[in-house]
Design a protein around this ligand. Structure first.
Ligand code: ADP
Ligand code: MG
Length: 685
């Protein structure tokens, strides 16, 4: 076997199974070994049923008394087995695994492992894992990997495949780090780390393996950004602009005064655009700090100087929203510039028309999603590129967009609550502005952390708020196991809620919907037609509906605090008092304490730090902290130390070899190139 080989080279993976793997993005053996576990499980000794606890996961030794036939329903198939364990009988139920039915022999002895449901001396397990005694013996007390799964793919399938590859002596993954760097930061060799992350013998091994892999993720990310910036920083300003009266006029006419921070940052931006070098600036500011208006000012300045400006955002909903508010603003304040919207879900005709307007320069402000960087979009004197909430964009995508103009100014807006020191590591010498002040007149959001017993009061509260004309968000967590489940989660929830509150206009939004549907729902919500919006975290980025005053987050314990904070920023945007209800599905004290941090502060930096402190370093795989700068394994908060090390290493490597031409960097350069090609996936800025 070789890394480049298709996974069908693995015994037991035929075309059919390969399709399941492909759904999880695994095509080659290399993809497979880099499909890292998202958690680990330790297997304990089998227990006696009579001593087992209700609702706990456990392993039980027993033999099969009888097996039912497979019953088929429209959506699923099911069969049950009666299992004799010690003096008790337990019923096992399996969904959508009809093939298992034939595997079970009467009298066959197995270990059944699953969550036990116990009512008196009646015992049930749904979908237990089944092991032969010998197999289970091998698992005992070892850390077993848990993988993210898509429908049809089981943990066992992945584990078995990975095991086979790792047991194959021929395969090796060449080291791309110079020995000197690897030694200096105490990193495991690459291939050892990859092997070890799947099947660590102990927690310490797992941690060391993970550190090495996270280091690589960060290193490639940082190298990618720095290399891109290298080619920018020294460029002189070919789109040199002059101050224009329109921006001052706009500032004067806004219904509010700019905060001190906004004024300061605007000054920095306009100094860049009128200066001698092209702008490459990151504007960091917490949610609600008012970054949009800064983008608008920059776009107006570019437009009034005869340049085109582009605003690129990660979602269609956000693009549309920005487009509408900017259009309104331009008309209302009589600024002689025309905007246009360009998104992927527009019809071919609409796209062509927008494209024409862009190409011949009848529009000066172009707003859209990544459709903006499609090959067939041609700009007319592109002088400024603003990316909002741009961490979702790949470095390469940004480069492509920038490549469409000569050398446009680049302004990057981000709410990523990373401390300034880390921002410097990540973004290197990109100039950073911080909007470190929230607009006045804003009432702080009132938060509460509650459990199920408060549910009916929460719904009554929503009725009250909607009766006063306000709107509500309800956020359901993404469900990791399968994409279908996520969908079920929000749609089922919405159904139930509609039954419960039949008077209210309730709708649902999730990642599986088509962009067009999403847009419609968001629009209706923005216009107040929808009163309660049940959504997954797809709404997290940038949405602005000031009339929404309540947010309820279901299973809040499953979110990282920084992400909850990000979500919470969707309310409290108007002048009315806003509320955030964190519904915790777990009664644990720890969870409560953790969520209480959100009560202490509205400061994203502080919250992220406290969350880390509370959960401690042990919880490495538990919850994603940022949910923002997304890496496969790494988390900028959790792995801040590794991030720092990677930043330093990147500096050393580039100082010595800015173009990565030395032979010792050959493999590094190759892998970096292939990371960049993947665009928004592996590396995103
Ligand atoms: P973000 O920084 O999260 O992108 P927005 O730019 O969306 O924040 O601003 C959030 C809300 O605050 C908007 O409704 C905007 O009109 C308003 N806003 C922006 N600046 C000010 C200010 N200086 N005073 C009052 N409200 C402001
Ligand atoms: Mg914003």
């Amino acid at each position: 076997m070789k890394l480049r080989d298709s996974i069908t080279k693995i015994k037991g993976i035929g075309e059919k199974t390969a399709v399941l793997f492909a759904k999880a993005g695994i095509h080659t053996i290399e993809d497979l070994v880099q499909y890292y576990p998202r958690a680990y499980e330790t297997y304990g000794e089998p227990v006696e049923l009579s001593e087992a606890e209700d609702g706990k996961k456990c392993a039980v030794f027993g033999y099969i008394l009888s097996v039912s036939s497979v019953k088929k329903y429209t959506k699923y198939q099911v069969f049950t087995a009666q299992i004799k364990a010690g003096g008790e009988v337990m019923q096992g139920t399996w969904f959508n695994m009809p093939f298992l039915r034939n595997y079970f022999q009467r009298g066959g002895q197995y270990i059944f492992r699953g969550v036990l449901c116990r009512r008196g001396n009646q015992y049930r397990m749904e979908q237990p894992e089944t092991y032969s005694l010998g197999d289970y013996e091998k698992l005992l007390h070892v850390m077993q990997p848990k993988y993210s799964l898509t429908a049809g793919l089981t943990g066992k399938m992945v584990t078995k495949a990975v095991r086979q590859v790792l047991d194959d002596g021929e395969i090796n993954m060449e080291e791309h780090l110079p020995e000197e760097i690897r030694k200096c930061y105490g990193l495991l060799p690459k291939w050892q780390a990859v092997r070890q992350v799947h099947f660590p013998a102990c927690e310490d091994e797992m941690r060391r393996a993970r550190d090495r892999l996270v280091f690589d993720e960060f290193l490639f990310f940082i190298l990618g950004i720095r290399r891109m910036k290298e080619s920018w920083a020294r460029l002189s300003n070919e789109a040199r602009m002059l101050e224009v009266p329109e921006t001052e006029r706009l500032i004067g006419m806004l219904p509010y005064d700019l905060t001190g921070a906004q004024k300061k940052v605007w000054k920095e931006i306009s100094a860049d655009m009128t200066g001698s070098h092209i702008m490459s600036r990151l504007v960091q500011g917490d949610v609600g700090s008012g970054k949009t208006v800064l983008a608008v000012l920059a776009l107006v300045m570019a437009g009034c100087n005869g340049y085109q400006g582009a605003l690129m955002v990660p979602t269609e909903v956000l693009a549309k929203q920005h487009f509408q508010s900017i259009q309104e603003l331009l008309i209302k304040y009589e600024i002689p510039l025309k905007p246009v919207l360009l998104t992927g879900s527009m019809t071919a005709k609409e796209k062509r028309m927008a494209g024409e307007k862009i190409a011949c320069g009848t529009v000066q402000i172009v707003i859209g999603t990544h459709a903006l960087i499609q090959e067939n979009v041609n700009y007319h004197r592109l002088g400024l590129v603003v990316t909002d909430e741009q961490h979702r964009f790949g470095v390469r995508q940004r480069e492509m967009l920038a490549g469409k103009g000569q050398h446009p100014h680049v302004l990057v807006m981000s709410a990523t609550p990373i401390p300034r020191t880390l921002a410097i590591i990540v973004y290197g010498d990109l100039d950073i502005s911080v909007v470190d002040e929230l607009p006045a007149r804003r009432l702080p959001i009132k938060n509460c952390v509650v459990d199920e017993s408060y549910r009916s009061s929460a719904y009554r509260f929503m009725e009250k708020e909607t009766a006063m004309g306000y709107q509500v968000y309800i956020i359901c967590p993404m469900v990791e196991e399968s994409d279908e489940m996520e969908l079920e989660n929000v749609t089922d929830y919405t159904k139930k809620l509609k039954d419960l509150l039949p008077e209210l206009r309730i709708a649902c939004l999730h990642g599986k919907m088509k962009a067009k549907e999403k847009n419609q729902i968001m629009e209706q919500f923005a216009e107040g037609q929808i009163q309660i919006l049940v959504s997954t975290t797809v709404i997290e980025v940038g949405i602005n509906v000031p009339n929404a005053t309540v947010m309820m987050v279901e299973n809040a314990e499953r979110f990282g605090l920084a992400q909850l904070h990000q979500l919470r920023g969707r309310v409290g945007r108007g002048t009315a008092q806003s509320y955030c209800i964190f519904m915790s599905g777990s009664k644990g004290k720890e969870t409560k304490k953790r969520l209480e941090v959100l009560n202490q502060s509205n400061d994203g930096f502080y919250i992220a730090g406290e969350d880390l402190k509370l959960r401690g370093p042990g919880d490495l795989f538990g919850i994603r902290q940022s949910g923002i700068l997304e890496f496969k394994l790494g988390d900028v908060f959790q792995d801040a130390k590794v991030l720092k090390a990677a930043g330093e290493a990147a500096g050393r490597i580039l100082d010595k070899d800015p173009q990565l031409e030395l032979s010792e960097h050959r493999l590094l350069a190759e892998r970096l190139e292939s990371c960049l090609k993947k665009g928004g996936e592996g590396i995103s800025l």
